[in-house]
Ligand binder design. Structure first.
Ligand SMILES: Nc1ncnc2c1ncn2[C@@H]1O[C@H](COP(=O)(O)OP(=O)(O)OP(=O)(O)O)[C@@H](O)[C@H]1O
Ligand SMILES: [Mg+2]
Length: 461
């Protein structure tokens, strides 16, 4: 039942209005003045507000503005005395759906109310559709056919909107940076910077000044003040890639920053507050680095509030062909024909163990596109080394979906019926040989008629 809030400071009008609406089956809440209406709007939700314009001390325009702000889904119809139509038009510019002049005609009121409610429903439906569309398209740049990747995507959707520190594990090329970017993209920080720093790429002093900045004269070559990445990422996300390679001295400094969310530039004396979400990635387990004394345990606990494990590609074979299609689509040009891939090439790709994971697959597809003939990627378009390595691999060894599909190919055209028939023949001839070709004895032993035995022996299929 649609819920309608009515407000008019003339009790007679409010009364008539309510009677009509209630008799039409609506759930009506009456308010004696603008203040009371605002109070109800704050507490409850309504599908429609019908408000008089001329009221004291809070007039209908104020109620309208309040309703638009507090409850944009509520449709609004203004009631106006004859002669104040210009105010009603003004109200429509402020978001009212329509207006009715007093004294109102019964059918005019009914139709306008009905239309306003339908309009509200359409808007709500549209919003729902958009949200659902957003939900299905959200992580559309991350291929996730396998259960493993589906779980990763679920985690991204869940933790992205929070400010939690996330630690991403995954072998080289599994998509750690892609996941980190998605975490930023679907967070409330998306309008601010996503800055990535590779902790393995810079020697200690450089990494320190890169991350925290430095002041002029802090060291030889520091000719001016420099802002660090923490400051640049303020309001956004800082991605610390290969965190396991971070020198211990910088780990301590990072820990302090995480504790007070303040940084101090190298050589500086002042602390600067920073608001940064941290995402870290590693292809080595930090626990084993802790055991080796190469990583601070306290920092590990700070970083690993949420851990996302990206499985290697060999453990999610069902992602391989969808990834191939993803890369083919990504490279497609509108003016060029689409490129497809044949079954044999697909089997080869499914059987390869992909030590370089998704990045290796992406490179292989790039190679294959350059060598594709007749717009098709066949075995000969794939890198010869890859084809050779797969060829040498005995079927069944990979223990995967790929192995299963090549095993299936082995049984192609071999139905259960054909198998049973051949086994039957084998048994019949065995029995016949043992009984020196005596058909009667054989039929007896097999518990079938001699005629059936004859038919079976003469069956050439
Ligand atoms: N699930 C996926 N769907 C689509 N593309 C992917 C997926 N996983 C990885 N990629 C692509 O593979 C490439 C490698 O991914 P990325 O750079 O994120 O990996 P990484 O784990 O950070 O690698 P490295 O350890 O070498 O730094 C990128 O081009 C990325 O877009
Ligand atoms: Mg990376």
């Amino acid at each position: 039942m649609a819920r309608i809030l009515t407000v008019d400071d003339e009790p007679v009008i409010l009364n008539i209005l309510n009677k009509i609406l209630i008799s039409n089956g609506y759930d009506v809440s009456p308010a004696k003045n603008g203040e009371e209406a605002m109070h109800l709007l704050e507490k409850e939700t309504f599908d429609l507000l019908i408000s008089d314009i001329n009221m004291e001390p809070v007039n209908g325009m104020e109620v309208l503005r309040f309703a638009r702000e507090k409850s944009p889904e509520t449709q609004v119809i203004m009631l106006t005395a004859f002669g104040t139509v210009s105010t009603a038009v003004e109200a429509m510019k402020c978001g009212a759906y329509d207006y009715i002049t007093k004294p109102f005609k019964l059918d005019e009121l009914q139709i306008t109310v009905q239309r306003a409610l339908e309009y509200g429903n359409v808007l709500a439906e549209n919003k729902g559709l958009k949200e659902r569309l957003m939900a299905t398209n959200r992580l559309d740049n991350i291929v996730s056919e396998s259960d493993g990747m589906k779980q990763v995507c679920e985690m991204i959707e869940r933790v992205a909107p929070t400010d939690t520190t996330v630690l991403i594990y995954g072998e080289s090329g599994t998509g750690k940076e892609l996941v980190a970017r998605a975490l930023h993209q679907y967070s409330n920080r998306k309008k601010e910077e996503f800055i990535a720093v590779n902790c393995a790429a810079l020697p200690e002093p450089l990494l320190e000044s890169e991350m925290f900045g430095h002041v002029k004269g802090a060291f030889t070559g520091a000719t001016s003040n420099k802002e660090g990445l923490f400051e640049s990422a303020h309001g956004g996300t800082l991605f610390l890639d290969e965190i396991g390679a971070m020198p211990l001295a910088i780990q301590s400094k990072l820990l302090r920053v995480l504790q007070d969310m303040q940084i101090r530039r190298v050589g500086g004396t002042q602390n600067v507050a920073v608001d940064v979400r941290l995402i870290a990635a590693s292809n080595e387990r930090l626990e084993s680095l802790i055991e080796q004394g190469r990583f601070r345990e306290d920092l590990f606990y700070r970083l690993s509030v949420i851990t996302i494990d990206i499985p290697p590609l060999r453990e999610r074979v069902t992602d391989i062909l969808p990834l191939v299609q993803h890369f083919l689509k990504r490279r497609a040009r509108p003016d060029q024909p689409t490129i497809s891939i044949d079954h044999e090439a697909e089997i080869i790709l499914e059987r390869h163990p992909w030590p370089g994971n998704v990045r290796e697959l992406e490179n292989v597809i790039q190679h294959a596109l350059a060598f594709a003939e007749n717009n098709t990627i066949t075995r000969s378009a794939l890198p010869p080394k890859l084809v050779e390595s797969v060829g040498e691999m005995p079927a069944g060894e990979s223990g995967s979906h790929a192995a299963a599909s090549s095993q299936a190919a082995k049984f192609k055209g071999k139905s259960l019926k054909a198998f049973l028939r051949s086994k039957e023949k084998e048994y019949l001839s065995n029995v016949m040989n043992n009984l020196n070709g005596d058909k009667e004895k054989a039929a007896q032993a097999l518990d079938i008629s001699v005629a059936t035995l004859y038919r079976k022996l003469s069956d050439k299929s």
